[in-house]
Design a protein around this ligand. Structure first.
Ligand SMILES: [Zn+2]
Length: 120
């Protein structure tokens, strides 16, 4: 089995252990098992961790963009809303899957204490 970077594989939506199988079986649902190496992915639950980072990153980017548009180009409020609300939604959707993949990869790479323990 080739050595793979778990973070790059997770961000790309691949199994962080082997880098070949799919990490997700839907948009954000983690697959129960890697189809390539058979690793049990069902033990890794990220909760709201990825959403927290995505909200902070996308919120900062879009708030800066909206403020820049308002002060640099004097956009009216209706144009700010028409442009930046969909941009915020799009940024969240684009960032969410790689962020969740990174969170699962971090759990696997760092052998998170609760991951894989049946007594917790
Ligand atoms: Zn795998």
């Amino acid at each position: 089995m080739p050595k793979t970077n778990p973070y790059a594989a997770g961000a790309a939506g691949r199994c962080p252990v082997c880098g070949e199988g799919f990490l997700f079986e839907g948009f954000l649902k983690v697959a129960p098992r890697c189809e390539a190496c058979g690793y049990d992915l069902s033990r890794h639950e990220t909760g709201d961790g990825a959403a927290t980072f995505v909200i902070l990153i996308a919120g900062a980017l879009c708030a800066f963009g909206a403020l820049f548009s308002m002060f640099a180009w004097n956009w009216p409020v209706w144009l700010l809303l028409v442009v930046w609300l969909p941009m915020t939604l799009l940024a969240c959707l684009v960032l969410m899957r790689p962020a969740k993949g990174l969170m699962v990869a971090a759990q696997i790479a760092n052998r998170a204490s609760e991951a894989g323990r049946d007594d917790v």
